[in-house]
Design a protein around this ligand. Structure first.
Ligand SMILES: Cc1ncc(COP(=O)(O)O)c(C=O)c1O
Length: 358
């Protein structure tokens, strides 16, 4: 049995298993709403009412339960668990699931939130070369026990995609548990924006998927998608889920509304047209980024050089961030251009022309 599951079994055996319960309609002697402000008519009418407590105490609103059922169904997962942010979700996942004696192999470009979660874990952890399945394989061959593999589907500083199918098949071959952070691909790829794993139809090869709602979905929060057992484990052991006030009830509803709005494939078509237009103007000045990525990278090595171009763009009211070391390796300074479905042709042309002449 995987060692994290043993901890869950132990809780079941000694009767201390926690589960999400609801006491709706009962007299409130459990919330932190000491002054009753979350129940005030203003708070409820403006939808600003807080959740009054953590999910395991008073914050398990019907809205939270409904949203998780909706998201599990939409992303075709057995279960879904909402965290207050993607940062919290990664911290919770990686600190709680891999146990002492397990191994975590992570892509060298993985997001800081995964790294921070790994730091809190008792498992050993090594990176493998970015998007390099052979390096991953070589590292998997050397280890006997339980291995977790952590990747992103779309990397936010390079705009490139992971070879997810190959990685998922490699993990299957070695019995490793794959965790995919879809922060930048949720809402962008797959039918109705279900993400890259869904597009590749490999959801059943993934141990856990993470979607965040602060990017393409235009709101806030994140969901971990996986088995019911994974959900139960996180409810019991993920400290960033347990020890924090839940999102406001209206936020759970809003997440569902935004996912519903994002389903219209027309938005994705418009975004793709804009990506094509930008890449058409820039030609081989674009590096790393996938032809379908909303994040397009223009390498301009040198801090002074990249800053000069981003300043010129900003003087022309075009907000483009220069990315420098340590976020990216020295000598790989770059402009990180984030494209959207709403950008208009005139603005993209101006942006492209200014980059080309500078
Ligand atoms: C790949 C990735 N994972 C997780 C996060 C964290 O998500 P959130 O902003 O919801 O905390 C981000 C956001 O920066 C991200 O880019």
């Amino acid at each position: 049995m995987l060692s994290y599951l043993k901890k869950l079994e132990d809780r079941k055996k000694n009767g201390s298993l926690r589960s999400l319960s609801s006491f709706q309609g009962m007299v409130d002697f459990y919330s932190n709403d000491y002054l009753g402000l979350a129940k005030s008519s203003i708070a409820t009418a403006t939808k600003h009412a807080g959740s009054t407590g953590s999910r395991l105490i008073s914050g398990n609103s019907p809205e939270a339960i409904e949203a998780e059922n909706y998201l599990a169904d939409f992303y075709q997962s057995d279960a879904a668990l909402i965290f207050n942010s993607g940062y919290d979700a990664n911290i919770g996942l990686f600190s709680a699931i891999p146990q002492r004696g397990d191994l975590i192999l992570y892509d060298e470009f993985i997001h800081a939130s995964v790294r921070d979660g790994i730091r809190l874990s008792h498992a050993k952890a090594f990176s493998f070369k970015h998007n390099d399945c052979n390096d991953l394989k070589a590292k998997l061959e050397r280890f006997e026990g339980t291995v977790f593999v952590a990747v992103e589907s779309l990397y936010s500083m390079d705009g490139d995609l992971a070879p997810l199918k190959e990685i998922a098949e490699t993990c299957q071959e070695f019995n490793a548990l794959l965790i995919v952070d879809e922060a930048h691909s949720g809402g962008i790829f797959g039918k109705e924006g279900r993400g890259l794993c869904a597009e590749l139809e490999i959801e059943n090869l993934i141990f856990a998927r993470l979607m965040t709602f602060g990017k393409a979905y235009g709101t806030h929060g994140a969901v971990v998608l996986g088995s019911e057992t994974l959900k139960s484990y996180l409810v019991n052991f993920a400290r960033s889920f347990i020890y924090t006030t839940a999102l406001p009830p209206a936020q759970y509803q809003y997440i569902v509304q935004q996912v519903e709005r994002s389903k219209l494939d027309l938005n994705r078509l418009k975004l793709q047209e804009n990506i094509d237009l930008f890449r058409g103007i820039l030609g081989d000045k674009v590096h790393f980024s996938d032809a379908r990525s909303p994040i397009q990278v223009v390498l301009i090595p040198g801090v002074a050089e990249v800053n000069a171009v981003s300043s010129l763009l900003q003087e022309n009211l075009l907000a483009v961030k220069a990315i420098m070391s340590p976020t990216v390796p020295e000598g790989q300074e770059r402009l990180r251009v984030c494209l959207h479905g709403f950008d208009c042709t005139k603005e993209i042309l101006k942006l492209g022309e200014l980059i080309c002449v500078s």
